[in-house]
Ligand binder design. Structure first.
Ligand SMILES: *Cc1c(COP(=O)(O)O)cnc(C)c1O
Length: 412
């Protein structure tokens, strides 16, 4: 394998033309779409139109004429095919943390007829906000619920028992890129009478998903990572039709009401997925989510997955071959079925090495402890970029061209 082989792969890549739909600085190798997706070219004109015309000229009439009020549902319907959901089962709104809170609260409520079920099972290695939201909900409820943290996938099945109300898992781990077997885990949770909630923050737009087929009960996820919705873009929540009747959540704001503009003093939940909504959304940001989804509609998650595995396989092989003399440890599964769309390597000076990479135009990020994360986004990342990124990494390591005393920014 050499650089020319990588150029040949790019020349034969059916997804390569989609890169033109993103605006990325020339010469930059962006391997952080797992944290903040690149900007769809269309987003700039869309933002201009929303601000100048929809807001500036049409003002409040835009709630109707520009479809602002229906936007959470409309975007949810467009996102649904990417996760194996049906129309009317997804809304885009609020943050992942907030949607997780709603979903967890709803799950506990759905289990209220089984007072012996007091435990939420999750992994200690889960993204902290998921753990914090579960801890916040259970301690605030003060009804004997507890969050059970498990240290390995092997322990997980044993930890899900008759006392378990809900299992809350992040499908692809943010640090290692480990991907759970959704169907197997959902089956096991159901055999024990538990509900299972999936956080798709590192899965939606990254790996093929089939929530209905794989037995998920509820799901939430991000739009600003692989879906390229923009910084802080609203998140999504999925409530399958079969659970919508039983789904009640405590953030019962007016957008979740059956008739918001009846201005009634009593809350009455909307009939379908609308009951997962809470209040007024950041419309400028929300509208931009559509620009990311439009690009996904020009390809398939199968094509994206095939290229993602080729990119991550190539990156792993090249790093292991060309940086073999350095203390790098692969933290991501080699097995395709267990891998998301990122590759993580540990290095004793991971933070400093990542800073050196960023200074040379290879953008990844760093997560404690000692993990360098590289996200691979098939819509805009090419094979020659993988080659170049590894060469830059090799030079940095060979020359020890990193500063282990570098001070840290607030965001790593
Ligand atoms: C990125 C991410 C989040 C982000 O939550 P916010 O509410 O958007 O800050 C939550 N959970 C997981 C697993 C994530 O990867």
């Amino acid at each position: 394998m050499n650089r020319n082989d990588c150029l040949a792969l790019d020349a034969n890549d059916a997804l390569a033309p989609l890169r033109q739909q993103f605006d990325l600085p020339e010469g930059l190798i962006y391997l952080d779409g797992n944290s903040l997706g690149a900007r769809p070219r269309a987003a700039l004109a869309r933002a201009q139109d929303v601000i100048a015309r929809e807001w500036g000229t049409d003002l409040i009439t835009s709630w109707n004429t520009a479809g602002w009020f229906d936007l959470p549902r409309r975007l949810g319907d467009r996102l649904a095919p990417l996760i194996g959901a049906q129309a009317g089962e997804v809304v885009v709104n609020d943050t992942t943390s907030l949607n997780l809170f709603k979903a967890l609260a709803a799950a506990l409520h759905m289990q209220a007829a089984s007072p012996g079920r007091k435990v939420i099972v999750t992994e200690r290695s889960n993204f902290p906000t998921d753990l914090y939201m579960a801890q916040g909900l259970t301690s605030w409820l003060d009804r004997g619920y507890e969050v059970r943290l498990v240290d390995s996938v092997e322990e997980l099945e044993g930890a899900i028992g008759q006392d378990c109300a809900a299992v809350m898992l992040t499908h692809v781990n943010y640090r290692t890129g480990y991907q759970h077997d959704m169907a197997a885990m959902s089956r096991h949770a159901h055999q024990q009478g538990a509900l299972i909630l999936w956080d798709l923050a590192h899965s939606a737009g990254a790996v093929p998903l089939d929530l209905r087929r794989d037995g998920a009960d509820l799901a939430v996820g991000c739009t600003y990572k692989y879906l390229n919705g923009g910084p802080g873009a609203p998140a999504f929540i999925w409530v399958p039709e079969r659970h919508q009747q039983a789904f009640t959540q405590p953030l019962s704001g007016w957008w979740g009401h059956a008739r918001p503009f009846a201005m009634a003093p009593e809350f009455e939940p909307a009939a379908g997925i609308g009951r997962a909504l809470c209040g007024t959304q950041p419309i400028v940001s929300l509208t931009l989510v559509e620009c990311g989804l439009e690009i996904f509609e020009q390809t398939s998650m199968q094509a994206i997955r095939a290229k993602s595995l080729a990119l991550t396989d190539l990156f792993i092989a090249l790093v292991e071959e060309r940086c073999a003399s350095h203390p790098l440890g692969l933290a991501t599964p080699r097995e395709h079925a267990r891998r998301g769309s990122q590759v993580s390597f540990t290095h004793p000076h991971g933070y400093a090495v990542m800073q050196a990479l960023i200074a040379r135009g290879v953008i990844g990020d760093y997560r404690e402890p000692a993990i360098m994360r590289f996200g691979f986004t098939p819509l805009y990342t090419g094979f020659a970029e993988v080659w170049d990124a590894v060469e830059i990494l090799r030079h940095i390591l060979d020359d020890r061209a990193y500063d282990i005393a570098a001070s840290r920014g607030a965001v790593t």
